[in-house]
Write a protein that binds this ligand. Structure first.
Ligand SMILES: NC(=O)c1ccc[n+]([C@@H]2O[C@H](COP(=O)([O-])OP(=O)(O)OC[C@H]3O[C@@H](n4cnc5c(N)ncnc54)[C@H](O)[C@@H]3O)[C@@H](O)[C@H]2O)c1
Ligand SMILES: [Zn+2]
Ligand SMILES: [Zn+2]
Length: 360
């Protein structure tokens, strides 16, 4: 049993607190990871606000890199000392999606079976089955993806969620191709990653849409060729104006708001693709002109975790980073301590950062 510090959301809407938590030694199929860095993602805030579930207390944090400190029985793919990025959807190999050869839709939750707890024994629900705003965390060994140990943990950890979700929304879900026109709505960590992914895939025009000019400036660094502030200008008109009047081949909603989704729907070219990667609140609904859903053809898709395969995609993206083709380190706006996560939520809401990254 390991006694470490971790960031806990005790009840809906309450500020998070740093608590002493108890982490069991790994059982069969499990790994204990000494966390080196963990990014603050909007999904952690969704958890704190009760938007994902009601299984409080949550141990937050899920965009992490670290070193394997111990493994349980029957663990073959990772070993003590490996440098790993944690993933929240390990491919199980047994569920109906895996069996049909579509492992990126893996439906199983493949997490550690033993529980981390508060000091009084109260079981913690780790965010996305990870819980990495903690000095050590316990995960299923399959949640550890080995990468090059020379990669910086601060940037590499971000592949564990938001950056992978964004890049994957562009390259895996939307399948952006060479010469495509792409519009990305919401230029936080996820949206900027979608922009970087669209550039990697060879998009010709990449239009960044946000309501905050600071975010639009940052978006240019990831490859946006055009920007539009949608609180001042109609983004649909603007996107049409820079795509020959047609709209974009691919529109990615990285906000998860019905009004933004409608803009993405309307700004898309005929037979184009809309990808929803932002996470809506459970009470939200959308209304669309049904004839347009038919008449515009194409695809309306959602992207879970960028339809990624961690073991295929994380090492590949680290390599692209090391070759200078993917600016992973630009997502890191600041490094902070465990005590500053609540403050980091406010900075995220205030639009001050792309990613605050906890360094341990
Ligand atoms: N699908 C997945 O697997 C997955 C994975 C990680 C995160 N997410 C979700 O992606 C979303 C974005 O996450 P993030 O970490 O980048 O958040 P973030 O808060 O860093 O970024 C959100 C951005 O959207 C902008 N924005 C807000 N309202 C807008 C509007 N009406 N029009 C245009 N832009 C607007 C903000 O200014 C900000 O730049 C969240 O909903 C998060 O939960 C999904
Ligand atoms: Zn599966
Ligand atoms: Zn996340």
């Amino acid at each position: 049993m390991h006694r470490v510090r971790g960031v806990v959301a005790r009840s809906k809407g309450a500020p998070v607190t740093v608590e002493t938590i108890l982490v069991p030694d790994p059982g069969p199929g499990e790994a204990l990871v000494r966390v080196q860095a963990c990014g603050v993602c909007h999904t952690d805030l969704h958890y704190r606000e009760g938007g994902i579930g009601d299984d409080f207390p949550y141990l937050l944090g899920h965009e992490a890199a670290g070193v394997v400190e111990a493994v349980g029985a029957d663990v073959h793919d990772v070993a003590v000392g490996d440098f790993v990025v944690l993933n929240w959807r390990a491919v199980c190999g047994h569920c109906r999606s895996c069996k049909r050869g579509r492992p990126w839709y893996c439906f199983s939750t493949f997490n550690a079976t033993q529980k981390m707890t508060l000091e009084d024994g109260t079981p913690l629900s780790p965010a996305l089955g990870i819980g990495a705003f903690a000095e050590k965390t316990l995960v299923a060994a399959g949640q550890c993806t080995k990468i090059d140990p020379k990669a910086p943990p601060t940037a590499a950890g971000l592949l564990g969620c938001g950056v992978m979700a964004g890049i994957g929304a562009a390259i895996n879900t939307a399948q952006v191709g060479r010469g495509d026109t792409v519009a990305v709505f919401g230029c936080g960590g996820v949206g900027d990653a979608a922009i970087a992914g669209a550039r990697l895939a060879g998009a010709r025009t990449i239009i960044a849409v946000d309501i905050d000019d600071r975010k639009l400036e940052l978006a240019k660094q990831f490859g946006a060729t055009h920007t539009v502030n949608s609180s001042q200008h109609d983004p649909v008109e603007y996107i049409k104006s820079v795509t020959g009047g047609n709209g974009a081949d691919v529109c990615i909603d990285a906000v998860g708001h019905p009004a933004v989704y409608r803009q993405a729907f309307d700004a898309r070219d005929l037979a184009g693709t809309v990808v929803l990667v932002g996470v809506p609140r459970p009470d939200m609904t959308i209304e669309l002109p049904f004839i347009e859903v038919f008449g515009r053809g194409g695809q309306l898709k959602s992207s879970w975790y960028g339809d990624c395969l961690p073991s295929r995609d994380f090492p590949m993206l680290v390599e692209l980073h090391q070759q200078g083709r993917l600016p992973l380190d630009r997502f890191v706006s600041e490094t902070i301590s465990l005590d500053a996560v609540e403050e980091a939520f406010h900075k995220m809401e205030g639009g001050e950062v792309l990613r605050s990254v906890v360094v341990l």
